[in-house]
Design a protein around this ligand. Structure first.
Ligand code: GBH
Length: 515
């Protein structure tokens, strides 16, 4: 048996190390020596049974962490959720309806005919859920604020009771040493804005968003130091207004879609300005985008360069315009007569200075090679055998976690990046003993984290990572059929139980290492 090589560790493990003899004996007897989640805590907060997992001893065996696999000591480990996906309580305390409430009720929209009326009932169980975070050892929590709780009609009269929920949540997080990162828009547009203004098709919705952002900033930035403006502009535009497979379920003509995209980008910029005007000085801001990810198919200098060019082009309607203040020539050429209509002032607003970039990294979009054409690159077709996780869109490309932040940092000279989401669905069927042994999720996370560690070790400025998601939740059009959580939620009883991946993540955080 090999002894742990202590000098490999940046932070020596101070926990007790079982003696070799004890290890051998325990292995022989099949005794469970797992460094497990605090059983009593979990049982207490979630009515859950203890993990009861059997695994080789990990204490004292930290040499399994590769020598350079640690993250910077200030690295912020977190989990992420969003309001509509977890809160439930959709008519409580004055909350107005959102476009997702409406959309989920339209026949044929949600896989299992579900809606998020109850979801995880986080609205009533947030204190327990903070304890679930605590049991993981996370230092930060990314959640979203439901606009229709704060402004039931989207604009006009605020609803202080709605904001109070977030006041209580923030106090609970801070009392537990968990740093709050708030997202202002995770797709739950107040239905009234859709009905009255036409939603994102109207510029006035962008202004309403800024007013809401300013209102929230004034009241919460005493405790919230980091704000994400909009989650995944590209998805809400493309899936919600182009393909019609997310709320509000529209299939707009190309020019109208361009205008929606422009208004969403504008809303981001106006919100940045409103938060700066109304929030505490020093509040840090940025978008959370699922940047179109381009991996160099092979790592020749030419292909790497081509993948950078492709990243800039494919993100022309979002990150490129936000960070460069212009729609790129390639983007406008591609859009042709359907390009958005805008003023020079709009571009200035959209590119208001941000403090960090949030990247949601799940998969890759392109494998890129250099090519002798006007664009300077070509995107290779995906072979049918390319592997994916349980969700068919979720192709397995751990190296996306290296290239996405590296390209972004290089293209736009960024000083600070957060991985605002990463995670996977998995079948998660409980075993005979009731536990979920989600080794596929662990495989996925481990490999993405190794690539993230590769990025930080090369100086790519990634300051933190938010795992999607704390617990299984309402997965939009997939209803409750796709589970992304570290905790399994029984949607009948709403009991949360840790999966094996919860243990994996806790250990990752404890070691501050990908291992
Ligand atoms: C994130 O989007 C969301 O921010 C989060 O709310 C969500 O729960 C999480 O991921 C998991 O999905 O149906 O074939 O058209 C991730 C990026 C891009 C993933 C669009 C789903 C739809 C593919 N999403 N994609 S398809």
């Amino acid at each position: 048996m090999r002894r742990p090589v202590r000098r490999w560790l940046r932070k020596p493990d101070t926990t007790a190390k079982p003696s070799l003899r004890r290890k051998v004996r325990s292995l022989r007897n099949g005794v469970k020596l797992l460094n497990r989640l605090s059983r009593r805590d979990l049982a207490k907060v979630a009515g859950s049974v203890a993990l009861g997992l059997s695994a080789p001893p990990t204490r004292g065996a930290d040499a399994t962490a590769a020598p350079n696999a640690t993250f910077p000591s200030s690295f912020l480990w977190g989990v992420a959720t969003s309001a509509y996906q977890i809160e439930g309580a959709v008519t409580e305390d004055g909350r107005g309806p959102s476009i997702w409430d409406r959309y989920a009720r339209m026949p044929g929209t949600i896989a299992d005919h579900g809606n998020a009326d109850v979801a995880c009932d986080h609205y009533h169980r947030y204190k327990d859920d903070v304890q679930l975070m605590k049991a993981l050892g996370v230092k930060a929590y990314r959640f979203s604020i439901a606009w229709p709780r704060v402004f039931p009609e989207g604009s006009g009269l605020p609803n202080p009771k709605g904001l109070d929920f977030y006041n209580h949540l923030l106090d609970e997080l801070i009392a537990n040493d968990i740093e709050p990162f708030a997202t202002l828009y995770h797709w739950d547009l107040p239905q009234s804005l859709q009905d009255r203004l036409g939603g994102w098709a109207s510029r006035d919705t962008a202004q309403a968003f800024a007013d809401y952002a300013g209102y929230v900033a004034e009241r919460l930035t005493d405790r919230v130091k980091h704000i994400f403006t909009i989650n995944e502009c590209s998805r809400l535009v493309h899936l919600g207004h182009g393909l019609g497979i997310d709320a509000p379920g529209l299939r707009l003509a190309p020019q109208e879609l361009s205008q929606v995209r422009h208004h969403v980008a504008l809303a981001h910029g106006l919100a940045v300005q409103a938060i700066r005007a109304n929030g505490r000085p020093g509040t840090k801001l940025g978008p959370a985008e699922n940047m179109v990810t381009c991996i160099p198919a092979t790592t020749t200098p030419e292909n790497i360069r081509a993948a950078e060019i492709a990243t800039r082009e494919f993100n022309g309607g979002y990150l490129t315009v936000m960070l460069e203040g212009e729609y790129s020539a390639g983007f406008l050429a591609q859009a042709g007569k359907d390009a958005p209509r805008y003023t020079a002032e709009d571009l200035k607003i959209i590119s208001s200075e941000i403090d960090f970039l949030g990247l949601n990294v799940y998969k890759t979009d392109h494998y890129i090679i250099a090519a002798d054409n006007v664009r300077g690159f070509a995107s290779l077709p995906f072979p049918p055998s390319f592997p994916h996780m349980e969700s068919s869109w979720l192709n397995i490309a751990p190296e996306a976690m290296y290239w996405a932040p590296r390209h972004a940092a290089k293209l736009w000279s960024l000083k600070s990046i957060y991985i605002s989401e990463n995670g996977t669905s998995a079948t998660d069927a409980p075993a005979a003993d009731g536990q979920v042994y989600d080794t596929d999720r662990i495989m996925y996370l481990r490999n993405y984290l190794l690539h993230l560690q590769r990025a930080t070790s090369e100086g790519v400025p990634v300051a933190g990572y938010f795992l999607w998601s704390l617990m299984d939740n309402f997965e939009w059009a997939d209803g409750y059929e796709k589970r992304f959580g570290l905790y399994r939620v029984d949607f009948e009883t709403l009991v949360r139980r840790p999966k094996l991946s919860a243990e994996f993540y806790r250990e990752t955080i404890r070691r501050n290492a990908a291992a």
